[in-house]
Design a protein around this ligand. Structure first.
Ligand SMILES: Nc1nc2c(ncn2[C@@H]2O[C@H](COP(=O)(O)OP(=O)(O)O)[C@@H](O)[C@H]2O)c(=O)[nH]1
Ligand SMILES: [Mg+2]
Length: 212
């Protein structure tokens, strides 16, 4: 086995073991103690954050796929490993239509303060819907991460929903976006939570990032 295969096998084993919902934090005062490396999942409402956490952890519904997008303004923490080795963070979604200014401001404050102050946050995954590509709201998120100096990976979601040729086009465009941002990892992941595509590779990437 080469190094990549060893890492992939370690990642598979880790996520096949204990994964447990820890808590929801609607404000910074509710954050868990920063005892373990954290990996956050960010993206527009409905992009597939919760579904991707479920796919990565191999659980059907550890992260709730929401029926009403944009309603949850909280950070959700999940412990992985026995004893805990790392934590996944499901961040509140952004870009929802018709959100009152007050809600958007509260989101921004919560997310920005979390990103700036969380020393154990090793990397963020910024999810991009394959059908839509990178939007201005995603660029705002990427800028926030650049400014907080939190490294991130761009992850295309719902790859099963478009043709291979379209996927290739959106992948090239997304890679070009990544190159424009100082804190973005150059490799873009392509995933489908529905079909399991790219999930093993993402697990390995998460494990690698947690060890930073
Ligand atoms: N076809 C397909 N649908 C998906 C995929 N991932 C998520 N979805 C669907 O997209 C919707 C939003 O997903 P969810 O995980 O709740 O998004 P979140 O708001 O970002 O947490 C749900 O109806 C999911 O079933 C995928 O990989 N393929
Ligand atoms: Mg969700």
């Amino acid at each position: 086995m080469d190094e990549a295969e060893v890492l992939a096998e370690q990642a598979r084993r880790l996520f096949a073991g204990r994964v447990e919902f820890l808590k929801s934090a609607p404000g910074l005062q509710f954050l868990p103690d920063p005892d373990f490396p954290e990996l956050a999942f960010a993206g527009r409402s409905n992009v597939g954050k919760s579904s991707l956490i479920n796919a990565v952890t191999g659980r059907k519904a550890i992260a709730r796929a929401s029926v009403t997008p944009g309603r949850t303004q909280e950070l959700n923490f999940f412990d992985v490993g026995e004893p805990t080795k790392l934590r996944l963070v499901d961040m509140p979604g952004y870009g929802f239509a018709k959100a009152p200014i007050k809600v958007v401001d509260a989101w921004k404050r919560l997310v920005r303060d979390f990103l700036r102050g969380r020393a154990v946050l090793k990397r963020t995954l910024v999810l991009i819907d394959s059908r839509h590509g990178v939007k201005d709201v995603d660029r705002d998120m990427m800028k926030m991460l650049d400014e907080a100096a939190v490294g991130y990976r761009l992850v295309l979601t719902k790859a099963d929903k478009i043709k291979a040729s379209e996927l290739e086009t959106v992948l090239i465009a997304t890679q070009a976006e990544a190159r424009k941002h100082s804190a973005a990892f150059p490799v873009v992941h392509v995933t489908s939570s529905e079909k399991g595509m790219g999930i093993a590779q993402l697990r390995a990437a998460i494990l690698e990032d947690a060890a930073l």
